[in-house]
Design a binder for this molecule. Structure first.
Ligand code: TYM
Length: 325
């Protein structure tokens, strides 16, 4: 059983990334062979600040280790260190159609038909398909916002196999029951996002205990009486209950029954988050003190990932009629 997933290094990871994806990556590494990737090539699709990108890549790599990805159990690597990704990415671009890529909602949201938007942002889902197919992944643990990209990866794998012979494993998305879509704390109609400029909208993995408590205490709720889990009408409190549920594994409606006011609920969520995120933040800070060790781990991950991805790349090239030497 192979698992692959990826995260962009475009800013510090937040609790949406953690509960939507990373906790499941940590669990999966006990069950099969897992590959986790910091997708720096994907970060080139928006405006690039070279210093920030370099810092973000190192920090995201350290974040994953701090969250519990063990580089001895999983292959943890940086996408641009494995040349087979852009190679297979091109092959996927030549397997996907314009129409298919045009239907991707994330491109529509971010690109909005602007003439200056980078071509790479449009073809991004083809590279993401390559990331997955390169490792013959059975499962891909992601948050809900990646579902459409996963469907495209499946379609491209099936099409390639039909046209050129059985080459790629068709991957299954793995989306968690709770935490799949953690919402913005200040506007619960939007998902929590790295790109939001509003400080209180998200809790970073590196936030201090005080910041965590403060952001939860300021989270938007509503003026209804009492506490209830009603994701249709009471979005803010539903989001808080889901975050609490992702921590305690108790159903959100059961948690709601224990509270009659928002104050005590927020206090308990804040404390539970501090207990879970605090040790991750402390470990992250320690890891960043030894950059040489992080580079050594990147090297190790790149060499294992390259072995696997290069083998798939050779099979795909051969299947398409490219001359492989
Ligand atoms: P990225 O970097 O935006 O997010 C990394 C992971 O975090 C999940 N996530 C969330 N989950 C719940 N609630 C949220 N508010 C939230 N925000 C983010 C994402 O669903 C994701 O699982 N395209 C991908 C990166 C990628 C990838 C891949 C993923 C590139 N190649 C191959 C899987 C397999 C992305 O931009 O994720």
């Amino acid at each position: 059983m192979r698992v692959l997933s990826g995260i962009q290094p475009t800013g510090m990871a937040h609790i949406g990334n953690y509960y939507g994806a990373i906790v499941n990556w940590v669990r999966e590494q006990e069950e099969g062979e897992s590959f986790y990737c910091v997708v720096d090539l994907h970060a080139l699709t928006i405006e690039v600040d070279p210093k920030e990108l370099q810092k973000g890549t190192l920090e995201t790599f350290a974040t994953l280790i701090a969250c519990g990805i063990d580089p001895n159990k999983s292959t943890l690597f940086v996408q641009s260190h494995v040349a087979a990704h852009p190679m297979l990415g091109w092959i996927m671009e030549c397997t996907a159609s314009m129409g298919e890529l045009n239907r991707m909602t994330q491109f529509k949201d971010k690109g909005r038909g602007s003439e200056s938007v980078k071509a790479g942002l449009f073809t991004y889902p083809a590279l993401m398909a390559a990331d997955i197919l390169a490792y013959q992944a059975d499962r891909v643990p992601v948050g809900e916002d990646q579902k459409q990209h996963l469907e495209l990866a499946r379609d491209l794998a099936n099409r390639f196999n039909r046209l050129y012979g059985e080459t790629f494993k068709v991957p299954e998305p793995q989306i968690p029951a709770v935490g799949a879509r953690v919402m913005d704390l200040t506007d619960p109609t939007k998902k929590m996002s790295k790109s939001s400029k509003v400080m209180n909208s998200k809790i970073y993995i590196t936030d201090s205990d005080k910041e965590i408590q403060k952001k939860i205490s300021r989270a938007v709720t509503d003026t209804y009486e009492g506490v209830a889990y009603d994701p249709e009408n009471r979005l803010g409190v539903a989001n808080l209950l889901e975050i609490f549920s992702a921590i305690t594994h108790e159903r959100p409606e059961i948690i709601a029954e224990k509270y009659s006011a928002y104050g005590p609920l927020k206090k308990d969520i804040g404390e539970a988050l501090v207990a879970q995120i605090g040790p991750i933040r402390d470990r992250f800070n320690e890891l960043l003190d030894d950059k040489a060790e992080l580079f050594a781990l990147m090297q190790k991950g790149a060499s294992r990932a390259s072995e696997v991805a290069e083998e798939t790349s050779r099979s795909a090239r051969r299947a398409m009629g490219l001359v492989v030497i």
